[in-house]
Write a protein that binds this ligand. Sequence first.
Ligand code: AMP
Length: 300
Amino acid sequence: MSRETAFYLDSQTPRIISQCEAMREWVQSAQRAGKKIGLVPTMGALHEGHLSLVRAAREECDACVVTIFVNPTQFGPAEDFEKYPRDLQSDLDLLAPYGVEAIFAPSPPEMYPPGFSTYVEVEEISLQWEGASRPTHFRGVATVVLKLFQVAPANVAYFGQKDYQQTLVIRRMVKDLHVPVQIRVCPIVREADGLAMSSRNAYLSHDERQAALQLSRCLKKGEELVGQGIRSSAEVLTHMEQTLIASPLVQVDYVVIADPETLQPVEQIDTRVIALVAARVGKTRLIDNAFLEMPESLPS
Ligand code: AMP
């Protein structure tokens, strides 16, 4: 048996890799054995949203690498890096039924050794919305994602629409820097009552959990109004904002109806648009989004 085949077959239970070099060797040797590799980058505290990406990677690729790394560079100084939920054992238990071939769980110094000083800035698309509220966030995201693409040079990488602006930032970076990876974006997974799944939902108290529903309700309201043929963004946004602030626990950061490629606000809805929302519920900052579709019977 060749070394390459051995690498692949030896991975029936997931191998947990913490060193960058070992991770790259594993991916490259599986690829030399003809395997198409899917990569699912996460910060752990896994839920059904993450697992939907794992399922997509398992279906479309021959082997799947899940990365679990709470990336310090994408958190602002006043944000929740320290208290972000970390439970590797529970993540491994959740992944167990999926037969994931490898899990990459590096330490912060493995990813950012002393002297680290190179960052990726994706201009334009990073500046507004999440980028305006969290000025260094996308720089940290782009940097760590490019590093993960270098360390685990997969064929396809899976991301969630939940972080819609992030998917645009990553697509832009991959294009601009000629990174040979295909990007797949998977739909938002929601709780039965509509709340978008997020590791940060764990921070919510009982009352905040109820109040958090206003985000998905506000998007539903937008879908409903645009579905009825209303074309004025201002009119739709007024109703969306009213829905969002129906709970006193919700503090709006932004609600916008935008072009899905540029994220520039649109005034008149005459094609498919995206609604993005960000709000604080108590101390927890949540985001959500939805495409708003014109009814097919109306001409655009
Ligand atoms: P995170 O661990 O929050 O960095 O998320 C890792 C990946 O999972 C990102 O691509 C997210 O967009 C994706 N993700 C997070 N929540 C959801 C969700 N509710 N539905 C689908 N994908 C999600």
